[in-house]
Design a protein. Sequence first.
Length: 285
Amino acid sequence: MALKNVIGIDHAVVMVKDLDSAAENYRQLGFTLSPRGTHSAHMGTGNYTIMFDPDYMELLGVLVATEHNAPARAFVERQGEGIERIAFTAIDSAEGAEEIRARGFAPIGPTDFERPVRLPDGTVSAAKFRTFMWPTAEAPGGVRIFACQHKTRETVWIPELMTHANAAKRISEVLIATPEPAKEAAHLARLIDRDPKAEDNGAVTVASGGDRAAFVYLTLEQLSKRYPGVPLTGLSERGGAALVLVSGDLAATAKVLGSAGLRSEAAIVVPPAKANGTLLAFIAG
């Protein structure tokens, strides 16, 4: 029985050391970013979002050390920058937390928080969320998972923020490097009640739900074969991660990325060293 209150991938969290510097880097890569947000005090974090449809990316930085952001700080100390966790969309976080509790996993939360949002007309509103996390130790491939209920979707999916010069439209896949793809995929499958699927190239895929992006577990060597000629410097052997993004116009993508984008097979790829520890692969869609 699949989880009833948890559907597919909602967003990818990219931990960064210097939030404003990372935001400027992603602007240079052709992304439209939200204004900087500051989360509730107990979260101790700030962010910029990069909105797609139906998902998004989040650049997240620790502003003040708190108990809640201790795992994120540990990630930065251990691995530097990159994808630290992946969020699922939660229909109801309280009920979703009880669903995983019934399966033997003690949820962290639900936790309520918000951040102020300046809307295009100049008014200020709030983006409000309720999240819960699987136990911190349950991190398949070294990447944590959690679920996010959006109480105010209209202050997150703002139309003016959803068009990007690099033509990015949505996340197609989340690639997670690990020495043991089958083991890590089976781990995720247990956590979200999905079935892993072994691919011919040795990678193992786990669907996240509906038409949302899939997880793909593969070795660092398999990742290098998938994108030949792309340096993987900065990606950890376990937990190094990449996003495959659907582009509405690969020619526009190539033009905007310039020297930061490398043509590799059918994709245009930004190496992790140029995207704050996250490999970005743009494909035609």
